[in-house]
Structures are given as C-alpha cells and as structure tokens.
Ligand binder design. Structure first.
Ligand code: SAM
Ligand code: DTB
Ligand code: SF4
Length: 329
C-alpha cells in the first residue's frame, strides 16, 4: 500500500465548502463512497472493540453542557476518588475476557495532577501486562505529562474537539478550543496515538458538523481514532430531556460517513448513544465506515448495549472482532 502521506485520499486541506458538499451528497452516494474508502484501508467485516472504565467519576470543575460528571449540574452522579490500581486491573481482565482489545480509562478531571500520574502509569503498565492496548482520557495535558504517559507505554490519548470552533462556546466556557488543540499537540509530540472526535445532536447546525470534521481532518497527521458520539441526554444537564430536538438518525449516519471520507485511514468509532439505536441504525453506521465500538454494559456513567446484544448484532451482520490495532490492510 502507498505510504499514507503520499496517498491522494489522505488530505489535510479540507475547506468548509467541501465538507458541507459531502454532507449534501445523495445518501446512497455518500455511503458508497465512504464504504469504498473504508475497504481500501480496512477489512470490511471486522469491528474493533474497546471497553471504557471511569477510573475517577464525577465532581468535575468543567461546565461541558452535555456531561453528567460536571459538578455544576445535579445529575445524581456522585463525586468519587481515583480508583485503586488493583480494582482497575481486575475490571480490565474482565474486559479482556469479554473480547475487548483496548482498555480506555476515563477521569472527570480538568487536567491530572502530577502526583495522580504515578497511579495512572501503574494502571497503563498493568493493562499492557494483560495483553490489552491502553487508552486514557484525563483532560488537558502539559508537554511533560504527555511525555510521562508515553514513557509508561500509553498507546492512545483521547481528547475530543467535541464540535465546531464556532459552536464550541455554546457548550463549554471553562476551556477553549485552543486549549484542546494544544493538548492534542502535546500528545502527538510525545509519540502517542491520538483519539479525537466529537458529539453530534447538541443543537448544532449542519455547518457545525461539517466544521467539526474539517477541524479534525485538517490535523496532520489525522487522529488514528475518531469517536463520533450521539448525545446521550442526561437529566440535570443543560442538554437533558426537552432541551431541543433529537438529531435525525440519518444525519448521524451521514456524519459517520463524512468522517470516513475525510479521514479514510482512521478508525471511526461508533461511540456514545448506541443503547438508543436500533440494529438497523448501527448497521448503516458500519456501512458508512464505522470500524470500532465501545463494548460492555456501561460507557463512563451511562448505559451501553452490553455483550449479549452486541453478540447478536455481530451475528446478524456477519461481523467479527478486529485484531488489536487493525491498521490499514
Ligand atoms: N474529562 C475528560 C475530558 O473531557 O477530556 C475525559 C472524559 S470526557 C467524559 C470524554 C468525552 O465523552 C467528551 O469529550 C465527550 O465527547 C463525551 N461525552 C461526555 N458526555 C457525553 C454525553 N452525554 N453524550 C455523548 N458524549 C458524551
Ligand atoms: C468518547 O468520545 N466517548 C467516550 C470516550 N470518548 C471517553 C465517552 C462517552 C461518555 C458518555 C457519557 C457517560 O457515560 O458518562
Ligand atoms: Fe469534565 Fe470531561 Fe465531563 Fe467536561 S466532559 S465535564 S471535562 S468529565
């Protein structure tokens, strides 16, 4: 295969008009294009499985309007301390036995304190010793913190742009888009793989969905992993039930397909919101190029389909789990 940096399908110069043009394609054309590109880079019928664990839940000082873990909203999520390393590794072993190949540890922090990183690095080492890939999402990182995590062997760092630069201020006021890009830079320079995506269904317009994908696809290199989350409405958050119209399901599928067209060698993850989706809707997302899901009956604090339903889904669609870090074929 051609090296990714000379492949004409891998571009970092997307304009807003081009991104909007992809969203406006007839649905069948968008899906066909996305699926054809997906097959150029990945095995068509394999889906990678990651499992999440909230290692530090609730009490977060940030004000992300979608998030049940922000201390500003009364959502019933209790603030807890960082979990003990042994408990995290016990849960990782269970995820491994259930078929996950990557373990993602999430903390409701604005940023980790240097002293927290001792325990986090031990968790990363333990996750590797089990034979799992590791991922963490701990908020903003300094250069030095990113280097420390990379040295402990952390494979991926998740830090989302969440939405377009224009809509961002309506969702989060306690940290800027620029702050997020800076953390992504630090992660990249430290040599870790980048997991970066966003959420749709927050009341943004089509131009914001296109703008978010443009910002992601103009990162050079592209994030290796791109989570596309459908907003999970949590009571008590500003985006809870009744805060606006739900996004049309087909517009969500278009977002997955447009992400694949703009970042064809990246793994697009069908992330939050699967519990509320039908099998048919998820099938369309796989057809649009989603190559990864979160498995297990919980995301961080909200529900996820669980292994019985996912097993049935895979059987219905003839899908099988991908090997760890299934890179372009
Ligand atoms: N605190 C860290 C941070 O924000 O970087 C890490 C954890 S945070 C929960 C990770 C991501 O989960 C967010 O960036 C957001 O995209 C997603 N997320 C959180 N709550 C969500 C919800 N209710 N629906 C969909 N996605 C959500
Ligand atoms: C991402 O983009 N989605 C995951 C992961 N990265 C950390 C988190 C989804 C969280 C959904 C809300 C919750 O369960 O608290
Ligand atoms: Fe905190 Fe992350 Fe939730 Fe924002 S998304 S409130 S930073 S846990």
């Amino acid at each position: 295969m051609m090296p990714l940096d000379s492949d004409p399908d891998i571009r970092h110069d997307w304009t807003k008009e081009e991104a909007e043009g992809i969203f406006s394609l007839p649905f069948n054309d968008l899906i066909l294009k996305a699926q054809a590109l997906h097959r150029r880079f990945f095995e068509a019928n394999r889906v990678q499985m990651s499992t999440l664990l909230s290692i530090k839940t609730g009490g977060c000082p940030e004000d992300c309007a979608y998030c049940p873990q922000s201390a500003e909203y009364d959502t019933g999520v209790k603030a807890e301390k960082l979990m003990a390393v042994d408990d995290v590794l016990k849960a990782a072993k269970e995820a491994l036995d259930a078929g996950a190949t990557r373990y993602c540890m999430g903390a409701a922090w604005r940023n980790p304190k240097d002293k927290d990183l001792d325990a986090i690095c031990e968790m990363v080492e333990g996750v590797h010793a089990l034979g799992l890939e590791s991922c963490a999402t701990l908020g903003m990182l300094t250069d030095a913190q990113a280097l420390r995590l990379a040295k402990s062997g952390l494979d991926y760092y998740n830090h989302n742009l969440d939405t377009s630069a224009e809509f961002y201020g309506k969702i989060i006021t306690t940290r800027t888009y620029r702050d997020r890009l800076e953390t992504l830079d630090n992660v990249r320079h430290a040599g870790m793989k980048v997991c970066c995506g966003g959420i749709v269904g927050m009341g943004e317009g089509p131009e914001d969905r296109a703008g978010m994908l443009m910002a992601l696809a103009n990162l050079d290199p592209h994030p290796e992993s791109v989570p596309v989350n459908m907003l999970v409405r949590v009571e008590g958050t500003p985006l809870g039930d009744g805060a606006g119209d739900d996004l049309d399901g087909l517009e969500f599928v278009r977002t997955v397909g447009a992400a694949k067209i703009m970042m064809p060698a990246s793994v697009i993850r069908l992330s939050a919101g699967r519990e509320q989706m039908t099998d048919e809707m998820q099938a369309l997302c796989f057809l649009a190029g989603a190559g990864s899901i979160f498995t297990g009956d919980k995301l961080l604090t909200t529900g996820n389909p669980g292994s019985d339903r996912d097993k049935q889904l895979f059987e219905r669609l003839g899908l099988s789990p991908a090997a760890p870090d299934a890179r372009p074929n």
